[in-house]
Design a protein around this ligand. Structure first.
Ligand SMILES: Nc1ncnc2c1ncn2[C@@H]1O[C@H](COP(=O)(O)OP(=O)(O)O)[C@@H](O)[C@H]1O
Ligand SMILES: [Mg+2]
Length: 301
C-alpha cells in the first residue's frame, strides 16, 4: 500500500504560472520523505492539492488508496497537515484549538480530550493548555500546529516547511519528535529548502524545481551527488598553479581561483599547496550554497 500516489499532476493557476508540470510521486507506507525545493518550486501547491485546498488541473492523487476526488472524506481522514503559515484563532485556548479540530473529523469531545492530553504532553504544551494561542512563543505555536494535525490520528503527516523560522534548538527538538512519530508508524512527508533537514531526518527525497521532479532518490543516493563542492579562493597574487595535481583548479578572475574539492579532501592541504607556490589565501568560500551546488551536480550528472 502506498501512503501517497501522485500521477501526472498538473496545476495551472488561473492568471498565474504553470506551477506543476506533470508530477509523478510515490511515497511508501512508513517512509520519512522530503520534498526539497527552492521558494516557488511548487511544494505548497502539491500539498494543497493533496489536502483538497487547491483544485488540480490534471492528474490523480490518492492517499492510502483513497482517491482525493472519488473518496474525498476518506482521503482527508488519513492525512494530517501542518501548513506553512499559522492559521489558528489567536483568541482560542490551546485545548480548544485541538479539540475543535478533532471535532471536524468526528472525534467525540471526551475522546478528543484524552487524545489532546496525550498529544499536547508529547509536544510539551500540556502546561499551556489553557493559554490563548496568541500568548505562545513562535516555537510553541509551531508545535501547536503539529499537535492539532495529529488529533485524528492520521496515517500520513504532511508538514509544509515545518522549521522555517524556528530556532536551531527547537528545530532539533522537533526533529526528535518527528523521528519518534515515524518510528511508531506514521508516514511523514515534509517540504523544506534546508538540505540539512533532509540529511538529518529523511530516508527518501524528491527534488522539485519549477514544477518538475528532477530527482527522486534515497537520501544516501542523493548525497553521493554532493561528493564535490566548488570553492572560490581569493589569493594575494595569482601564480601558475599547474603543478597542483590533487585539486581541479581554474582561474575565476584576476585574483580568484575556482577549486573543486571532493569529499574527503582537505581544504588546509589546498591552502598549504598554494602557499608553497607563494599564493597566500585571503578568502575562501563555497561558490554556491549547498542546495544550489546539489542542483548543479544533479543537472550535470
Ligand atoms: N494562489 C495562487 N495563485 C497564483 N499563483 C500561485 C498561487 N499560489 C502559488 N502560486 C505560484 O505558483 C508557484 C509555486 O508556488 P508554491 O507552490 O507556493 O511554491 P513553494 O511552496 O515551493 O514555495 C509560484 O510561482 C507561485 O508564485
Ligand atoms: Mg511553500
Amino acid at each position: 500500500m502506498k501512503a501517497l500516489e501522485i500521477k501526472n499532476l498538473v496545476k495551472q493557476y488561473t492568471n498565474g504560472p504553470l506551477a506543476l508540470k506533470g508530477v509523478n510521486l510515490e511515497i511508501a507506507q512508513g517512509d520519512f520523505f522530503a520534498l526539497l525545493g527552492a521558494n516557488g518550486a511548487g511544494k505548497t501547491t502539491l500539498i494543497n492539492i493533496t489536502t483538497n485546498l487547491v483544485n488540480k488541473t490534471e492528474g490523480t492523487v490518492s492517499v492510502f488508496g483513497n482517491d482525493i476526488d472519488k473518496s474525498r472524506e476518506e482521503a482527508k481522514r488519513v492525512v494530517g497537515v501542518v501548513p506553512q503559515e499559522f492559521n489558528f484563532n489567536i483568541f482560542e485556548t490551546v485545548l480548544d484549538i485541538v479539540c475543535t479540530y478533532a471535532g471536524y473529523f468526528g472525534v467525540p469531545r471526551k475522546e478528543a480530550l484524552n487524545r489532546a492530553e496525550e498529544v499536547l504532553t508529547k509536544l510539551e504544551l500540556w502546561s499551556k493548555k489553557d493559554a490563548k494561542s496568541m500568548q505562545l512563543s513562535g516555537g510553541m505555536k509551531r508545535r501547536l500546529m503539529i499537535a492539532r494535525a495529529l488529533m485524528h490520528n492520521p496515517k500520513l503527516l504532511i508538514l509544509d516547511e515545518p522549521t522555517a523560522g524556528v530556532d536551531v534548538e527547537l528545530r532539533h527538538g522537533m526533529w526528535n519528535y518527528l523521528r519518534e512519530l515515524n518510528v511508531s508508524g506514521t508516514t511523514i512527508l515534509l517540504t523544506t529548502h534546508y538540505l540539512e533537514e533532509v540529511e538529518q531526518m529523511c530516508r527518501n527525497v524528491a527534488i522539485i524545481k519549477q514544477g518538475e521532479i528532477i530527482k527522486n532518490d534515497s537520501v544516501k543516493g542523493l548525497l553521493n551527488n554532493m561528493e564535490s563542492q566548488n570553492f572560490l579562493v581569493v589569493v594575494n597574487k595569482l601564480r601558475d598553479y599547474e603543478s597542483i595535481r590533487e585539486f581541479k583548479i581554474s582561474t575565476f578572475d584576476e585574483n580568484t581561483l575556482e577549486v573543486q574539492v571532493m569529499a574527503g579532501q582537505s581544504l588546509s592541504k589546498l591552502v598549504t599547496d598554494l602557499a608553497k607556490l607563494e599564493m597566500e589565501v585571503i578568502d575562501l568560500k563555497p561558490k554556491n550554497n549547498r542546495l544550489e551546488q546539489l542542483y548543479l551536480n544533479i543537472l550535470r550528472s
